[in-house]
Design a binder for this molecule. Sequence first.
Ligand SMILES: [Zn+2]
Length: 56
Amino acid sequence: MVDEVECPTCGERFAVAVPAPEERPTELDYDCEVCCRPMVLRVDEEGRIEAVGIGS
Ligand SMILES: [Zn+2]
């Protein structure tokens, strides 16, 4: 299962693998596949993913 997230730095959307149900909710450190900037992916119980930028 994958979900699309929008990079908080460059605004590009890309697909991310959703963690298994037993691993949710969670937060993952991730690097944008387009601009390579770091972000945090917040995953809720339903597997929805929100990308949050780190610092500036
Ligand atoms: Zn990006």
